[in-house]
Design a binder for this molecule. Sequence first.
Ligand SMILES: [Mg+2]
Length: 280
Amino acid sequence: MKPVRRASKTLHSVRKSKSEKVIPDLLKSWNGIAAQIRRRGRVIIFLDFDGTLVDIAPRPELVRLKPEAQDVLRQLAKHPLATLVVVSGRRRAELLEHIGVPDIHYFGLYGWERDDHCALPPDAQKALRAAREALEPLLRKYPNLWIEDKNSSLSVHLLHVAKARHEALRKELLTVLEPFQRKLHAVGNIRDVEILPRSIPGKGLAVKEFLRDTTVKKSLPFYFGDDYSDESGFAAVGRGVSVHVGKARPTKARYRLKTPAETAEALGRILGVLDEIEKG
Ligand SMILES: [Mg+2]
């Protein structure tokens, strides 16, 4: 009995402290971060895209990467002491188009789509098509709702639905998806619900696999993300530097930043430390 009681108490206290704790601002903690980078000598940086590198736009295709952010990404990507991975819910081709920087690892669909040859098994595709049809009545009930068919997942966008209706809508959505739960799962994000085949497990696993397989074991890992789907990524970098970007909310991340512009600033500072190390 004892270990069980202890475990549940720990879980409770962790949950309580996570929601109450104000985590430190990354830029204000910079001296400590710079010292860690110098100690390890190189970095692996995982970056979410929407809400982390770019401001959210009314529709996904309208986002724009600012030239200063693109410039620092370009310099970091070719830096001998840095490895960059963009891991997003978007398709890989879209990430390439929006960011346009070579020498970055682009992981689409929550880290599952790592090259141009990823294809879903036919039964997962069939389940997605059936789920899309089952969601049709919800589109009539909530006229501002729209469903983006990403071909290997469905994004149900809530951005234009009144906030007061979100909770009811999320519940209805899960009820509609119940018959598909053997083949599909839903990931609740801030502005959308993503319906994914079970074979696409989420960002955390992609990050863990990349860290396990990388030849550069001693790199200091960073993970920058804004959404609930980034929480598994924060956890996956462990004692590395996990950074929640955006309005404060309970999170597993160890640091925070307010905006994508601050993400670009932090990347610039990382670059500065790496340049110093390189020059010796
Ligand atoms: Mg995001």
